[in-house]
Design a protein around this ligand. Structure first.
Ligand SMILES: Nc1ncnc2c1ncn2[C@@H]1O[C@H](COP(=O)(O)OP(=O)(O)OP(=O)(O)O)[C@@H](O)[C@H]1O
Ligand SMILES: [Mg+2]
Length: 591
């Protein structure tokens, strides 16, 4: 992985990835010049051969002497070109996939470090599409330069030089034709680039919508919304179709211009002047064949290059569009002087913290809380009162606008994010699992854990029984985001993962909400061992979950309105006591 930051502009980005392979790329370029030799030297060898044949006037059986030189030249040329092509191909097959892999991994690495906020606002499908597009388009651009544009350019130089040896006017006609051809290409290039970028953006967003529908396929089925989803996606498809058609139409307009130039200059002017010169005795038969072949080859080459050009700009457009995911800066970054967090007791302090989500009204205003190391704190409050936000801030998923959050007197904004999150085990409200085996999912909590340690954690989280009852046991794949498990099973896997991690600060955000009361009790007994001496923050709607807590904080619209033990708060007869009384069967009422 590159350690220097990835450049945000296309050209510096391209150079950044080419740099490590530039010697190989130069060699590949050298071999791919074989095409230039093929197109320009063959007409020359054939001219020599025809002139030798035409000028030979002796016995045919003795002609070998006269024609052997061009034949040897031809054989040498054939072998050279074939060798060039094969060597170029072999090197290309080695180097290009390497560059592609390098770009893909670096982009993935960069995108992965985007914040919680970034991913809440992006569609995973669209981001994945860009990570897939970039390396592919980039290497296509590289191959076009190496295999097409540069060889064509060299062929033009060789051909004009050889033609000028016969009559500089032929070189002039060729040069004028090429300049007009290039001008037309460049004239259209801007619009090709522009419209392909627009098309690429709409394709990415279409793919994002398709992936979003597919990942929510259970919702689609449950609400019988197949038709609705098709209609919804087809609106984006219509938009993409329009943009795709327009981007292709611009290319067709360009082709009309190029076709006309080819016909007038390479067809009429060049061949006309050639015939005129022959009629006036200024060209030999061999030269006529040479000029005709050279003209034909160059026309083919630049026509081919011209057709590749829109694709070239299209790929540039795709790359620029894909670059957007690395152009958005990481919004949560480590302080340049960040040090690893060292947790001794696990004391958490909110010191005059103010926070609001972007463009929303303030949620926390000058909040001050001290949670002592090792304390077990329950958070309660109505839905949307800010409990999850409170723990998200401790995890630094968002940066606060004012104040400080301290863990053991270290400002979390001044420590590395990795070290911060390594010290906190969180079991989120809706845990999602990787599309990997159960063993791998649990081991995610501690990568160096042995199978035995994983199984031990699973036993504590009461998931060992159901895992071993599955045909493939711990090797069972859980499906995308863990869909093949029940909500409660998913929660238990997340708990096992957190137990294995054994961090000094533990956060349970509705971690047992999908479990029946009996399983919950059992898991709590398992968790007790892990919570021992560790700071624990438990969010729960089911108040009975919190009865063992040292302290309960009651949230209301971002404010902490009550703070005390269960018994103390019941005695206080305020919000908590009211909730406790209203709770039928252990759950908070809706409002
Ligand atoms: N990523 C976000 N962007 C913008 N606003 C958000 C975001 N996450 C939460 N909010 C808003 O912040 C407020 C507090 O949300 P939070 O998730 O902290 O509530 P909560 O107390 O955990 O609720 P619940 O009990 O339903 O989980 C809500 O009004 C919510 O809409
Ligand atoms: Mg929540």
């Amino acid at each position: 992985m590159k350690t220097t930051p990835l450049p945000k502009k296309f050209l510096p980005f391209a150079l950044f990835f080419i740099k490590s392979q530039w010697k190989w790329l130069l060699l590949i370029q050298f071999f791919f010049f074989g095409w230039s030799l093929d197109s320009t030297l063959w007409p020359y060898v054939i001219m020599k051969l025809i002139n030798s044949i035409v000028n030979f006037s002796g016995e045919r059986s003795e002609a070998w002497q006269a024609i052997s030189t061009p034949i040897y030249m031809g054989i040498a040329l054939w072998i050279t070109i074939e060798t060039f092509f094969r060597l170029g191909g072999i090197l290309n097959a080695k180097v290009i996939p390497k560059i592609e892999a390098d770009i893909r991994m670096n982009m993935f690495h960069y995108v992965l470090r985007h914040s919680h906020h970034y991913f809440s606002n992006q569609m995973a499908g669209s981001v994945a599409n860009k990570i897939a597009d970039m390396p592919q388009s980039f290497t296509r651009i590289l191959e076009q330069i190496l295999m097409i544009f540069s060889p064509v350019f060299l062929a033009i130089i060789i051909s004009t030089t050889l033609l000028s040896l016969i009559n500089p006017l032929f070189s002039l006609i060729l040069a004028v034709g090429i300049i007009i051809h290039m001008s037309i290409c460049l004239f259209f290039s801007k619009s090709c680039d522009h419209y392909s970028k627009i098309h690429s953006e709409s394709r990415s967003s279409l793919v994002g919508k398709i992936v979003d529908s597919l990942t929510n396929s259970s919702n689609v089925r449950l609400f019988a919304r197949n038709k609705f989803e098709s209609r919804y996606v087809s609106d984006f498809q219509k938009e993409e179709l329009k943009k795709h058609q327009y981007s292709l139409w611009v290319i067709e307009k360009m082709k009309i211009g190029l076709g006309l130039t080819s016909f007038l200059i390479f067809g009429l002017a060049m061949n006309g002047f050639m015939l005129y010169s022959w009629v006036h005795g200024n060209l030999t038969a061999g030269e006529v064949v040479f000029i005709f072949n050279t003209n034909w080859n160059i026309t083919m080459m630049i026509w081919f290059a011209g057709l590749e050009l829109p694709q070239f700009f299209k790929e540039i457009g795709v790359c620029k569009q894909a670059l957007s995911i690395i152009q958005s800066p990481h919004d949560i970054v480590d302080d340049p002087n960040a040090v690893p967090l060292v947790v001794r007791k696990g004391k958490v302090v909110f010191d005059h913290v103010s926070f609001q989500y972007q463009k929303q009204q303030s949620l926390f205003n000058d909040k001050n809380i001290i949670i002592q190391g090792g304390q077990k704190v329950g958070l309660v409050g109505f839905s949307g009162s800010g409990k999850s936000t409170f723990v998200n801030l401790i995890l630094r998923h968002y940066d606060i606008q004012r104040g400080r959050i301290l863990i053991d007197d270290q400002d979390i904004a001044k420590v590395t994010q990795d070290s911060l999150r390594e010290q906190i085990s969180i079991i989120p409200q809706d845990p999602s699992l990787f599309h990997r085996s159960l063993m791998d999912n649990i081991r995610y909590g501690r990568l160096d854990a042995t199978d035995e340690q994983v199984i031990e954690a699973a036993k504590r989280a009461h998931c060992h029984e159901f895992i071993t009852s599955l045909p493939q046991g711990y090797q069972t794949s859980v499906g995308e985001r863990g869909v093949k498990l029940s909500g409660g099973q998913r929660q238990r896997i997340a708990i096992a993962r957190a137990i294995l991690k054994n961090a000094p600060i533990i956060i349970l955000d509705e971690a047992t909400s999908s479990l029946d009361s009996i399983t919950e009790r059992e898991i709590q007994a398992g968790l007790e061992h892990v919570m021992k001496g560790h700071t624990t923050i438990v969010i729960a709607h089911r108040l009975s979950t919190l009865s063992e807590m040292d302290r309960i904080l009651v949230f209301d619209k971002g404010k902490i309105v009550e703070d005390g033990t269960h018994d103390g708060l019941i005695k206080l007869n305020g919000h908590y006591a009211k909730m406790w009384r209203m709770q039928a069967g252990g759950f908070l009422p809706e409002k």
